[in-house]
Design a protein around this ligand. Structure first.
Ligand code: FES
Length: 172
């Protein structure tokens, strides 16, 4: 489904997904923390949706837009701006290697290439066993640890090929 289709969709059609009762309770709680009727809670709600559904598909973005009474395009703009929001399903471990200036000066390209060869996948791909997805991202604000990467919620810095081996072998 294209963005155009979902932005002009029939409002009477119910999305086929919905929050679990637990997630719905968290959603209601988030709303109490922000001024009513604004889009201020959108970021935490998107985090919640990603936690609940695994990634933010167009269907999930449409669901969040309806819940918050926002245009789908507003939700899509936020989701597409932040690399921390997943637009596609990923493997169990989502590897994001920073390729911005500090990490670049400290050899991140070699690290990306090494991980790619080690896992047998290109940037943007997931291993056949659905364990690892490799992506590159802009600065993760940990330049002092360059070259560095994020795997799910954890940061790993001062990367060398030996350190990559140690980290990834521990996750296998
Ligand atoms: S440039 Fe890599 S963390 Fe900032």
């Amino acid at each position: 489904m294209s963005l155009l289709e979902i932005s002009t969709e029939d409002k009477s059609v119910k999305p086929s997904i919905s929050f679990s009762p637990e997630a719905k309770a968290k959603f209601e709680k988030i709303l109490t923390l922000y001024p009513p009727g604004t889009q201020a809670p959108l970021l935490p709600v998107l985090h919640l949706a990603q936690e609940e559904f695994g990634y933010l598909s167009l269907e999930v973005q449409e669901y969040v837009a309806k819940l918050m009474n926002l245009p789908v395009t507003t939700v899509h703009e936020v989701v597409s701006f932040y690399t921390l929001f997943k637009k596609e399903p990923t493997g169990k471990y989502w590897i994001q290697v920073c390729t911005n200036l500090s990490c670049n000066l400290r050899g991140c390209e070699k690290i990306v290439d090494y991980i790619s060869r080690k896992l047998g996948i290109q940037v943007g791909q997931t291993t056949p066993d659905k364990k690892f997805t490799l992506t590159t991202v802009e600065c993760l604000c940990a330049c002092e640890m360059a070259p560095m990467m994020q795997i799910n919620e954890d940061y790993y810095g001062y990367l060398t090929e030996a350190r990559v081996d140690e980290i990834l072998d521990n996750l296998r």
